[in-house]
Design a protein around this ligand. Structure first.
Ligand code: SF4
Length: 314
């Protein structure tokens, strides 16, 4: 099933990857994990460590190979749950499928302009529905969305173009400041590391990891937004409940195979938009209703108190 509905590398990410690699003079393909400390293989439960022990009597050091049992953890039935989500997402009818940040940039523009579009759409997308972000991007692109043009635009005009994205006034400031930094420090391109992306005004870890994936075609981490955060906790896909997206990202990256990192954002965002919604998730229609701890408990309570709407956002 993994390859059946997997997004793996979307056309855009592939194009972005190709562009960036062409520019960098490297071979095509997704480079991986510049900042990931280790890649866990699911199923691997033990690591061999060499422990150096000082032997006082012999005045020598003896290398003793010891096997340290590393605690293995992965959520119960996660593959079945994942396959069910793929099945529920197979028609690609969620807003993210047609209006997500991957769909907001002009693929025909020169590579660094496309990358700038991706960054701008991600900056606009926080606290904003995909439909609103997409509409704002269309208006910006109609003006010719480049670093110099954004710098030349007066803040009022920019505000009118992006309204009503969430926190639009603050985002006008962030966009203007970011455009100036890109002009001064990056030759009107965007940075190509998570750290440097996060140093831009208003850019957090979720945006930085998604930007690396979509704009540069490089996987650096899972993009965890409010949908991914909520659903991961409902499904108990994190070992302990987490109270912020960054903790959820680390919890997911602990066990989830790297080749699923890109797909999981897209899958869960759309799933959260259509079925596993923040309020009143459609648990009774969900293929995971017998596997999901949250769904099982919600459906049990609904049986006890029919008519009471689910409003149990986690
Ligand atoms: S059963 Fe309900 S809470 Fe669980 S994944 Fe499905 S919709 Fe979400």
């Amino acid at each position: 099933m993994a390859g059946r509905i997997s997004r793996s590398i979307s056309n855009q990410a592939y194009l972005a990857s190709k562009r960036s690699n062409e520019e960098a003079g490297k071979g095509a393909g997704i480079s991986s994990l510049p900042e990931t400390k280790s890649i866990k293989e699911p199923g691997r439960s033990k690591r061999k460590h060499v422990k150096i022990v000082h032997d006082d009597s012999a005045h020598s050091c003896t290398a003793i190979a010891t096997e340290e049992k590393k605690e293995k953890w992965e959520p119960e039935n996660w593959q079945e749950v994942l396959d069910n989500i793929r099945e529920m997402r197979k028609d690609r009818t969620a807003p993210v499928d047609t209006m997500g940040c991957e769909k907001c940039g002009d693929e025909t523009a020169e590579p660094k302009v496309y990358r700038f579009h991706t960054l701008v759409s991600l900056m606009l997308s926080s606290q904003t529905k995909d439909t609103v972000t997409h509409a704002a991007m269309q208006k910006l692109r109609a003006q010719g969305l480049t670093v110099p043009k954004l710098l030349a635009m007066d803040p009022d005009t920019l505000g009118k173009l992006i309204y009503p994205v969430g926190f639009w006034k603050r985002k006008v400031e962030y966009l203007k400041k970011t455009a100036q930094i890109l002009k001064d420090q990056y030759d009107e391109d965007i940075p190509n590391t998570v750290e440097s992306l996060q140093s831009l005004p208003g850019v957090g870890p979720k945006m930085a990891h998604l930007c690396m994936d979509i704009a540069w075609g490089k996987l650096s981490g899972i993009g965890v937004d409010t949908h991914v955060h909520r659903i991961s906790n409902r499904l108990k896909w994190v070992k302990k409940p987490t109270n912020n997206p960054e903790a959820t990202r680390k919890g997911l990256e602990f066990w989830l195979s790297v080749d699923l990192w890109s797909e999981i954002n897209w899958l869960l965002v759309g799933f959260g938009q259509e079925i596993c919604t923040p309020v009143s998730p459609k648990c009774s229609q969900c293929l995971n209703k017998s596997l999901c701890p949250f769904g099982r408990s919600s459906l049990r309570s609904q049986k006890k108190s029919p008519g009471v709407p689910l409003n149990l956002d986690s």
